[in-house]
Ligand binder design. Structure first.
Ligand code: DGY
Length: 309
């Protein structure tokens, strides 16, 4: 039996997996509904042997320097752009994530967003609720067809592949561009009727979709982002939507998160935004919590993490 360690869990997680962690280690669970701020994070993580973090928790070199006993970080997410991986590696701290289990849930949401923005679902719903549904109009509420349209996938990893499989079922032609394969991004942007983003956020992909990229897209094309908000330059997106340079955009992720209600982006037409819910299904979140717990249990017992970054 390994010696008991102290684990800082940055949010209450109502999943059974945590009981397994509590059976072997002492848990310090952040009590707030909102993420701990930088100071609270430093204070509470300082005495921790293990950290169970979420995408909302920046784990930078300064925080790591304040945690002399830290031996493992388990991020309950597949993305790890909230963690300074180099600083963790320099300190010999293994970092784990939760790949695969959220692939289908995220691909489903990408498709839900694509359909919603293409078929103008938010506008239709508002019309009904606000008493503006007058009759069946021959040319009212017209959207875009999926079948026969071209879907451009940017970042052909697990989630990009899962989106491509769904697109096949809808009779779409799929083209892709990623770091190592596929067509040049410029060509994809020019050809696609729908562009769906699935690349990680790195210095190379920050604002990958900016003014120039948006101008390459067809005026009839839609942008879907379920990757990370920072991949899109939101100032450029707002201007492109207002100018009609693209037909619409649907975002699960924004920069910052949460996007303030008064953010100028929200004034743009044909824009649908949901609050980073790509992995938000019961089974997916349960499994993500289990994987994070398995990563911590292994690392604190001196074994390799089963799901290392
Ligand atoms: C992830 O796992 O990276 C998602 O964005 C959060 O579910």
């Amino acid at each position: 039996m390994p010696t008991m360690g102290r684990i800082f869990v940055t949010r209450a997680l109502p999943f059974a997996a945590l009981d397994r962690l509590a059976a072997e280690h002492e848990l310090d669970v952040w009590e707030g509904d909102l993420p701990p701020g930088p100071e609270a994070m430093r204070e509470r993580a300082a005495a921790a042997d293990g950290l169970l973090s979420l995408v909302t928790d920046p784990v930078g070199a300064d925080l790591l320097a304040a945690c002399p006993d830290l031996k493992a970080i388990a991020n309950m997410a597949v993305g790890t752009d909230n963690i300074d991986l180099e600083a963790a590696a320099a300190r010999g701290i293994p970092v784990g994530n939760t790949p695969d289990v959220l692939t289908d849930a995220t691909a489903d949401l990408a498709f839900a967003l694509l359909l919603a923005v293409a078929r103008r679902l938010p506008q239709g719903e508002a019309q009904v609720r606000e008493g503006r549904w007058r009759t069946w109009e021959p040319a009212g509420d017209l959207g875009a067809d999926l079948s026969g349209a071209t879907l451009g996938i940017v970042g052909r990893g697990r989630i990009g592949d899962a989106v491509a499989r769904r697109a096949d079922g809808f009779g779409m032609e799929v083209i892709a561009s990623s770091r190592r394969s596929g067509m040049p991004l410029e060509e994809l942007l020019e050809r696609a009727d729908f562009v769906s983003l699935h690349c990680p956020l790195t210095p190379a992909t920050r604002h990958l979709i900016g003014t120039e990229a948006l101008q390459r897209m067809k005026p009839s094309a839609y942008l879907v982002n379920t990757a990370r908000g920072g991949v899109v330059d939101q100032v450029a997106l707002r201007l492109a939507l207002i100018a009609g340079e693209i037909a619409g955009a649907a975002l699960d992720v924004t920069d910052p998160e949460p996007l303030p209600a008064g953010d100028p982006l929200l004034e743009a037409p044909n824009l649908l935004v949901v609050p980073h819910v790509g992995s938000a299904t019961v089974r997916t979140r349960e499994r993500m919590a289990e994987m994070a717990v398995e990563n911590l249990l292994a690392a604190l017992a001196g074994h390799p993490m089963p799901y290392p970054v």
